[in-house]
Design a protein around this ligand. Structure first.
Ligand code: ADP
Length: 568
């Protein structure tokens, strides 16, 4: 006699979704195709949110910014080879910026790829991802999916966060496995980013250095914003009375209107300070590598960072403080009184206040001008004044001049509300970050975009309209990259390399998908359009016409352009 015992089975597809859900991951940003279409369908059927994009780079950027906002890895799902490569830029950007994300890509059959026998979308993705990711893994057996997802999550968020690549061959997704065995193979990651307490002697060393300081300065970076230690950071700044500078994505950790903000005296404080406390900010190119003219007088650094190898990467660090920012700032706070740290000298604070006043008056005069056609300043004044009414709005910002000017003109009032070109100075994050921020926060987003920067992700207007996201995109249209007035010196028919179609109507693009388009040529029109668009909470695009002669080459980064000998 034979028994026909039916065994309940599941497969790789289900197990991937189960493993993500088991770890409270509820959203996937991606783009379907072979071999992951059914994975996306299943995710949706199982109650996850699947946000489908038109290009994987934008899906990856959305995942990365979701990771930055939540401290949970954002998930990007792509097809093999070309889709994977499209997502790779976002993965590399996430790693560079210390954003936790996981790029999950389907891949072709290992046996064929490894023998280079010419498979559909053949590519050795794992090895290509490795140098661009904090970690990279491949799962070959269904019973290892739980481990693969757990390792990817832990790698993305523990220590210094970053991008992780997870390779899922097509064969794996279809593999069957006994359901009970599958369930037992799942791992719920416990304490994925454990606190890392600083060593007590490091805390003492940092406090001793602070005590000696005559002209102290605190520099807040996006690591400080990421850490979500907002109350302690604010208490540290306010109790010490030390002036602070926020890096662009750390704006809003304390409101930009805070009396201790030294932003309006940036060059002065960087040059003059004697002790600088770096809180989650690297001394990379954005800070002139901690040396040279920008940094003027000799100084000593306290550096708070979770990555020990960051220390001394550019200049000597007198007092490294290694640990998570919450724990490190908490330890400093606890030691302030016993270290006997007083408020900084009135002379230092007075000099800063005076410099701030002068620079603010200069800026106000610039902002008050009303040139026709409008320029970056008059347009940004209009935007700044509308956004003041929405302190919790998300702001995405990229471009050359559009980025430089918006960063200093638009105030932030809350932490983790400004998302921009970041550590690489990358163009193309615009619509990906905007979608990621809207989906993650459920709050409105305003994306202030240079016309060139917008072009890299503009097709995602369809995505914004499809999901009816409250995203208002403002395109600063000056007819070209940097500006629209360059000419072809040969007199030939081709326009200059930096020039776009004149008087383009970007507002018509969003109308094609049912969004609302606005055409604004004056600050008043821009004010009206923006106020209306935010109030409507619907997808909108404002084509803001900027003087085509306004804008300098590479914005404030002119010094990074190599000069040809012929030009010198
Ligand atoms: P910015 O561009 O704003 O100056 P960076 O991206 O250069 O900021 O620096 C962020 C730093 O913060 C990185 O060196 C990273 O290791 C660190 N970091 C990120 N998260 C944490 C955390 N939770 N605790 C401590 N340091 C962190």
């Amino acid at each position: 006699m034979t028994h026909n015992v039916s065994v309940e089975v599941t497969d790789g597809f289900h197990l991937v979704i189960d493993a993500l859900k088991h770890n409270d991951i509820d959203t996937i940003f991606g783009l379907v195709g072979i071999p992951i279409t059914d994975l996306a369908r299943l995710a949706q059927a199982e109650g996850m949110r699947f946000i489908g994009f038109r290009h994987e780079q934008n899906a990856g950027n959305a995942a990365a910014i979701a990771g930055y906002m939540t401290k949970k890895p954002g998930i990007c799902l792509t097809v093999s080879a070309p889709g994977f490569l499209n997502g790779l830029t976002a993965l590399a950007n996430a790693t560079t910026n210390c954003f936790p994300m996981i790029l999950i890509s389907g891949s072709s059959e290992r046996e064929i790829v490894d023998l280079q026998q010419g498979d559909y979308e053949e590519m050795d993705q794992l090895n290509i991802a490795r140098p661009h990711a904090k970690a990279a893994f491949r799962v070959l057996k269904a019973e290892d999916i739980g481990v693969g997802i757990a390792r990817a999550i832990r790698a993305a968020v523990s220590g210094r966060p970053g991008g992780v690549y997870l390779d899922l061959p097509a064969q794996l997704l279809a593999q069957t496995i006994e359901a009970g065995h599958a369930k037992r193979s799942l791992i719920k990651v416990v304490d994925a980013a454990p606190r890392q307490l600083p060593a007590p002697d490091s805390v003492e060393r940092a406090l001793a250095l602070l005590k000696e300081a005559k002209k102290p300065l605190i520099l807040l970076g996006k690591g400080a914003a990421y850490a979500q230690a907002d109350a302690d950071i604010r208490a540290f700044v306010e109790r010490t009375g030390i002036p602070y500078l926020p890096m662009s994505m750390a704006k809003g950790l304390l409101p930009d209107t805070h009396a201790q903000s030294a932003s309006a005296a940036r060059s002065f404080v960087l040059a003059e300070a004697d002790v600088v406390v770096l809180v989650g900010a690297r001394l990379n190119w954005l800070l002139a590598h901690g040396k040279g003219k920008t940094w003027g007088k000799p100084k000593q650094f306290v550096q708070i960072d979770i990555a020990p190898t960051e220390i001394d990467s550019n200049v000597a660090i007198a007092a490294p403080l290694i640990g998570d920012i919450g724990s490190c700032v908490g330890a400093l706070l606890a030691g302030l009184d016993s270290a006997g740290i007083d408020k900084p000298d009135a002379e230092w604070l007075g000099a800063i206040a005076q410099k701030k006043e002068q620079n603010t008056a200069k800026m106000a005069a610039l902002l008050d001008k009303n040139p026709d056609p409008m320029n970056f300043h008059s347009a940004l004044r209009a935007i700044r004044d509308v956004l003041k009414e929405y302190p919790d709005i998300n702001l995405v910002n990229e471009g050359a001049n559009t980025l430089d000017f918006a960063r200093s003109i638009i105030d932030q009032y809350q932490p983790r509300k400004r998302f921009d070109s970041g550590t690489w100075g990358i163009m193309g994050i615009g619509m990906g970050f905007a979608i990621g921020a809207a989906v993650t926060s459920g709050k409105p987003v305003v994306a202030v975009e240079g016309d060139s920067a917008f072009g890299f992700s503009g097709m995602e207007l369809e995505t914004i309209c499809r999901y009816q996201l409250p995203v208002t995109t403002i395109v600063f249209n000056n007819n070209g990259v940097y500006r629209g007035t360059d000419v072809n010196p040969t007199g030939g028919a081709d326009v200059a390399p930096t020039v776009f179609v004149k008087n383009a109507r970007y507002d018509k693009m969003i109308e094609a998908f049912g969004g609302i388009g606005y055409h604004a040529t004056t600050p008043e029109e821009l004010t009206r359009a923006l106020a209306e668009a935010i109030a409507a909470g619907k997808p909108a695009l404002i084509n803001a016409v900027i003087d085509e002669t306004a804008g300098t080459e590479s914005g404030r980064l002119t010094n990074l352009n190599p000069q040809s000998a012929a030009k010198k």
